[in-house]
Ligand binder design. Structure first.
Ligand code: BEZ
Ligand code: FE
Length: 294
């Protein structure tokens, strides 16, 4: 064990003195991370010079954030999302070659147990919203079609809620399902055109947004996780480019390459072919490209 440096704490030396106590850390990575956190935190405090009341308020905010968490609600992830940290961690860890489909934020509403369906299944179980057909191909970045890609899909319903936010109101597994790409990497399924919705804003993170003059809205999107052995898993969305919040997503998830194109189809023969009753449906064609695992 290295002997601890003898050091007296003062305003100038604060970060060095605290970080210096970690010389015997059991894990070098933990030490490096804590060293950085200590230095940035002390620099922030020196920059802001909080009063004791303000510091207590910050601690109370974090305490409430923790109290808000349970098996279904993770307020700390939400905090990381609205501060752009979730997207930054993802950007660092999902650097992909040019042409590969980009990742975006996972969000808190994915579940592992969604049912697997044959291609073409309608995942909308509550009969609300505008009919939508989503289709396209999954290819490798060199253009080869990829068959048997597991495609896990989920979206909010027409009222802007995921099924797990409305247990007993929405049917279980509403608007979620797992598909596998077929020949030529093709996929297709039926759903509803998504709408923008507010992230859970009834807790401390919502109050923070309100106090910062920020809105809690996410532009309309469908979620996807694409996985296949030998390829990097893609956790992503397709966004509606016409959504009013497309330029200022509350969690910074929008990327230009993930904008879809929703085409209105009203031809009767096509509606009948698709088995839809309404006077129109939306068609969304989107191709994905997966990068080989590094
Ligand atoms: C979502 O898209 O489901 C989501 C992402 C981040 C925070 C809340 C919701
Ligand atoms: Fe979402």
């Amino acid at each position: 064990m290295a002997s601890l440096p003898r050091a007296y704490f003062n305003e100038e030396s604060s970060a060095d003195v605290v970080a210096g106590q970690n010389v015997n850390a059991k894990d070098a990575r933990l030490r490096a991370i804590m060293d950085s956190i200590i230095r940035h935190l002390h620099a922030c405090i020196k920059d802001v010079e909080p009063t004791p009341q303000e510091w207590l308020q910050a601690i109370q905010f974090l305490t409430e954030t923790g109290h808000m968490c349970d098996d279904w609600r993770q307020e700390f992830i939400l905090l990381s999302d609205v501060l752009g940290v979730s997207m930054l961690v993802d950007a660092i860890n999902a650097r992909r070659p040019k042409g590969a489909t980009e990742n975006t934020v996972l969000g808190p509403f994915h579940i592992d147990a969604a049912p697997e369906y044959p291609m073409g299944t309608n995942i909308c179980l509550d009969a609300k919203g505008d009919d939508l057909v989503v289709h396209g191909c999954v290819r490798s970045i060199d253009g080869r079609p990829l068959t048997d890609v597991k495609m896990d899909v989920w979206q909010a319903n027409d009222d802007g809620f995921y099924d797990i936010q409305q247990k007993g109101i929405q049917p279980a597994f509403n608007l979620r399902g797992v598909f596998r790409t077929g020949e030529e990497g093709h996929y297709w399924f039926k759903a509803v055109r998504p709408k923008h919705y507010a992230i859970p804003d009834d807790g401390p993170v919502g109050r923070l947004l309100e106090n910062l003059g920020r809105h809690p809205w996410r532009p309309a999107h469908l979620h996807f996780i694409l996985s296949k052995e030998g390829y990097e898993t893609v956790t992503t969305h397709i966004f509606d480019p016409d959504d009013p919040y497309i330029g200022n997503d509350a969690v910074f998830g929008v990327k230009e390459s993930l904008l879809g194109h929703f085409q209105k189809i009203d031809a009767e023969d096509k509606r009948v072919d698709m088995g839809f009753d309404g006077t129109f449906y939306w068609d969304l064609e989107f191709d994905f490209r997966m990068a080989p695992q590094k």
